[in-house]
Design a protein around this ligand. Structure first.
Ligand code: KG4
Ligand code: ZN
Length: 338
């Protein structure tokens, strides 16, 4: 095949990842998580993450090459996440990419992590431009109109917490394990969403901006009220609180998605990415919104919705196709809006 062989490297949050792609074919996709390193702290600790990335990134690359059955010499380009993210982690990946590029002369391509997520529906489904994308994870929540490999328009997003962060905080408040999303979803299945009316911040305002921090406060108040009245929470209380929370998040995401689609009437597809896109209730609601507008709903496989290096290699290949590479002075950026 004539398509370039691209090595991708990702280390911007709490997953160290490397992958090898040729075109849309994923030859290997290695993800080394850090959940156990951060578990005792109730969240990602940047210093611990940075050290773990620096320790694991070389091995990760080695495994990705081995898994793809290729040697470094056969690689046509090295794509690396250059931001946004936790700077220590981004630096670890960028330094690895630069080292490999300097040693071999293989071109280096810096990739925006958000562009990686936003182009994933093209990698997995070949989705055509223009499309609307909802990126909804532990760190991000935004609508992007995608018109080309480097043409993104932000159409609104959270003004405070990301929904995944809110799921995680909800789990913490109710004594459920981290990461909280899947546990809250499971508990919500048995719950009555109507028992605790939670607010739906910004739902009555025009536009596609969202807010989730008020939900957390309301949930805390409901929990403390019950603890004060009865001395603790029953399984039913927990399930009902989870159901109320999940239904509020789902309602906000669905209504704002409806508005974003209304504001982008020419798109043919609506795609989601990010860990929260794994949530069954959220997926079902968004599918309905897309169907109502006659737009294809695309939810890439979960392993490619969450942080990974295949999406970075893919976005890097798109930049390479456009003739863009970076020098060894490529900066690592903690903030880098699309
Ligand atoms: O995309 P991701 O793996 O990492 C980043 O944040 O970049 O997303 C992780 C987030 C966590 O907050 C996790 O609780 C949430 O996605 N999550 C879920 C579900 N699975 C993961 N939230 C709701 N329902 C789920 N089933
Ligand atoms: Zn991400």
């Amino acid at each position: 095949s004539s398509a370039p062989l691209v090595l991708g490297i990702e280390s911007s949050c709490d997953d160290t990842a490397a992958a090898v792609l040729r075109d849309r074919e994923i030859l290997s996709n290695v993800v080394m998580g850090q959940a156990e390193l951060h578990a005792a702290y109730g969240g990602v600790v940047p210093e611990i993450a940075a050290r773990a990335h620096a320790e694991k990134v070389d091995l990760c690359v080695e495994q990705a090459l081995e898994g793809a059955g290729v040697s470094l010499g056969e690689i046509d380009a090295i794509a690396v996440t250059a931001g946004p993210g936790l700077i220590g982690g981004v630096l670890a990946g960028v330094m690895c990419g630069k080292g490999l590029s300097a040693a071999t002369g293989i071109p280096l391509v810096g990739v925006n992590h958000l562009a990686g997520h936003a182009l994933t529906p093209r990698l997995t489904e070949g989705l055509e431009f223009p499309y609307l994308m909802l990126l909804v994870s532990g760190g991000h929540c935004q609508f992007l109109r995608v018109d080309g490999p480097e043409s993104f328009t932000r159409m609104g997003g959270t003004i405070d917490d990301a929904p995944g962060e809110a799921f995680d905080k909800t789990a913490r408040l109710l004594g459920l394990p981290q990461p909280g999303g899947p546990h809250v979803e499971r508990a919500a299945e048995r719950g009555n969403a109507g028992r605790f009316p939670l607010p739906r911040p910004l739902l009555d305002r025009p536009g596609c901006d969202m807010s989730f921090s008020g939900l957390k406060t309301a949930l805390l108040r409901a929990r403390d009220g019950m603890v004060a009245a009865k001395g603790g929470l029953t399984e039913t209380d927990r399930a009902d609180l989870c159901a109320a929370f999940q239904s509020a998040v789902t309602a906000i995401l669905a209504e704002k998605s409806r508005r974003a689609l209304e504001a982008a009437p020419d798109v043919t597809g609506f795609a989601v990415a990010g860990g929260v896109a794994a949530n069954g209730a959220v997926r079902a609601a968004l599918t309905g919104i897309a169907e109502a507008r006659n737009v294809a709903f695309v939810a890439p496989p979960l392993a490619l919705c969450t942080d990974n290096a295949a999406m970075i290699a893919y976005a890097g290949a798109e930049r390479l196709k456009a003739g863009k590479t970076d020098d060894l002075d490529l900066p690592a950026r903690p903030r880098w809006p699309l």
